[in-house]
Design a protein around this ligand. Structure first.
Ligand SMILES: Nc1nc2c(ncn2[C@@H]2O[C@H](COP(=O)(O)OP(=O)(O)OP(=O)(O)O)[C@@H](O)[C@H]2O)c(=O)[nH]1
Ligand SMILES: [Mg+2]
Length: 488
């Protein structure tokens, strides 16, 4: 319930030097292609406000504004010597076309003065603080107006928590002289994680006037909850695809798998039944995975789809990948190691039809090629059934979790979804350690699968373990946001 004397609306303004990424960040936060994004000065010419989040009677708006221009610095002496620098700046008459740089600066200043409760001041962190001389004057202008500033470091590159902490420390030290700067944190329009977004409002709640602090707190919570709902839907989708793999089986006719493989190896003939099984299982896996990835992409407010064709490079990589032979030899206990080369060559020249399965090869490069190769490693589960091996199932799990992390970090401001070429090593480390901790849970989930699975039981084990796994990973990667997962 709103309280007496409180102000139920909060206004955040994106302010920065031109071309730092205000509009890109607005797109990422709003999950909408607002305004125009381009790599040149003064792309945004008119300030515009967008609804950001609401909860009951509380609401927040986000302003995207024209950037401060380079020419402002030329007036630094004049501005600083004025008795009323802000008044002076606002009363100059600058031509929109001829004095674009100053005209845009004036628009930014007007927005700070007239609209903002809190300034989200963006900094291009790809440059060292000393290289960006314009920042001091811009912050001084905001300081004269007296609105609180939250500094966000943009353009940081691939997510990397350790590097981010260092950058924050460095920038904090550099900006210490500006008392108006209340916090400095990384929030990259291209690579931020959704878990970090609601922190903006939490930080705002600490710096807004008293009558707005509850508003900011309520909205921070609503923002976190909105993102958490997406998370829970993502967990549902990923669980579905994993359950489908855990229970996926193919019947095998009377001759044993082992004999079939031996025939295949010794005679160097293709076994039609094994081909059919491999193809059918891969096709199903590939289709399920592609569908799920596309669902996750749109669930996260992104455009585009995962690539549906095997890229030339990963096709080539596949054909020369030694792991295929190694994993195959390992499965067969090394019995046929001398012959396996012939077999793999045979399988490859036999022309695997990956169909939509291409995406699996596409997305994780080498790691996935290995995962695919291990798919030959089908297990004999009863007399006549084969299913994915536990190891392959675990590869599938890791594969989709890594992709989900990539989607979680992909900001809409970056454009349409693009499959990752590689993922930060830090994610891999975090996922591996969470998987190791939960090894028994996942083994149990896989064991419960197969042809005669109690599907409900598998679903509940997979769903619970998956949520737990992802929460562990996010808590590890983003300790500042960990309380988000306790909200319900
Ligand atoms: N690598 C990287 N590039 C970014 C990021 N944010 C924005 N960019 C790029 O920086 C350029 C400028 O982005 P905009 O969002 O148009 O910048 P702006 O601050 O709104 O610029 P003006 O409206 O002209 O003041 C574009 O080429 C963006 O693609 C980011 O987080 N990382
Ligand atoms: Mg812009």
């Amino acid at each position: 319930m709103p309280e007496e004397g409180e102000d139920k609306e909060i206004v955040l303004s994106l302010i920065s030097h031109t071309n730092v990424g205000k509009t890109a960040l607005a797109r990422t936060l709003l999950r909408k292609d607002v305004g125009e994004v381009a790599d040149s000065a003064h792309v945004t010419m008119v300030p515009e406000a967008y609804p950001l989040i609401e909860s009951g009677e509380y609401s927040a708006r986000l302003w995207d504004t024209p950037g401060f221009g380079t020419n402002l610095a030329k007036l630094a002496k004049r501005i600083r010597s004025s008795k009323n620098p802000v008044g002076w700046l606002l009363h100059q008459v600058w031509d929109r076309a001829k004095d674009k740089s100053l005209w845009c600066s004036q628009e930014a200043i007007r927005n700070v003065q007239d609209n903002a409760d809190v300034i989200l001041y963006l900094v291009d962190a790809s440059q060292p603080p000393e290289a960006l001389g314009y920042i001091d004057l811009e912050l001084e202008v905001i300081e004269w107006i007296g609105k609180p500033v939250l500094v966000f470091l943009n353009q940081t590159g691939q997510p990397d928590g350790e590097r981010d902490r260092l950058a924050e420390t460095e920038w904090k030290a550099h900006l210490e002289k500006h008392s108006i700067v209340k916090s400095v944190s990384v929030l990259d329009a291209f690579t931020r994680c959704w878990t970090q977004e609601h922190r903006i409002m939490e930080l705002a709640s600490e710096v807004v006037p008293k009558e707005k602090s509850k508003t900011a707190r309520v909205l921070g919570k609503a923002w976190a909850k909105r993102n958490l709902e997406t998370f829970d839907r993502a967990v549902d989708s990923i669980s579905e695809v994993l359950v489908a793999s855990a229970i996926d089986t193919e019947a095998l006719s009377s001759q044993s798998l082992f004999d079939k493989i031996r025939t295949l190896v010794v005679k160097k003939e293709r076994n039609k039944e094994l081909d059919r099984i491999q193809t059918a299982m891969y096709d199903r896996l590939a289709k399920r995975t592609a569908d799920t990835v596309n669902r996750l992409i749109s669930l996260h407010g992104l455009d585009g789809e995962t690539a549906s064709k095997l890229s030339k490079s990963s096709r080539e990589e596949f054909s020369i990948k030694r792991d295929l032979e190694e994993s195959f030899a390992a499965t067969m206990g090394g019995a046929f190691s001398g012959l396996v080369g012939g077999l793999s060559a045979d399988l490859i020249s036999g022309g695997m039809t990956f169909g939509g399965g291409a995406i699996v090869g596409m997305l994780l490069g080498g790691a996935t090629t290995y995962a695919l190769a291990r798919g030959y490693n089908l297990t004999q589960t009863g007399q006549n059934m084969v299913r994915w091996t536990e190891a392959h199932f675990m590869n599938q799990l890791k594969f989709i979790v890594m992709l989900y992390l990539a989607i979680s970090h992909f900001g809409r401001g970056r454009g349409s979804w693009r499959d990752p070429v590689n993922n930060p090593a830090r994610w891999e480390k975090s996922v591996d350690s969470a998987l190791l901790e939960m090894e028994e849970d996942w083994k149990r989930a896989w064991k419960k699968g197969g042809a005669s699975a109690d599907v409900k039981r598998v679903e509940s084990l997979v769903h619970k373990s998956l949520r737990e796994l992802l929460v562990k990973v996010f808590r590890d990667l983003y300790p500042d946001s960990e309380e988000i997962f306790d909200l319900r």
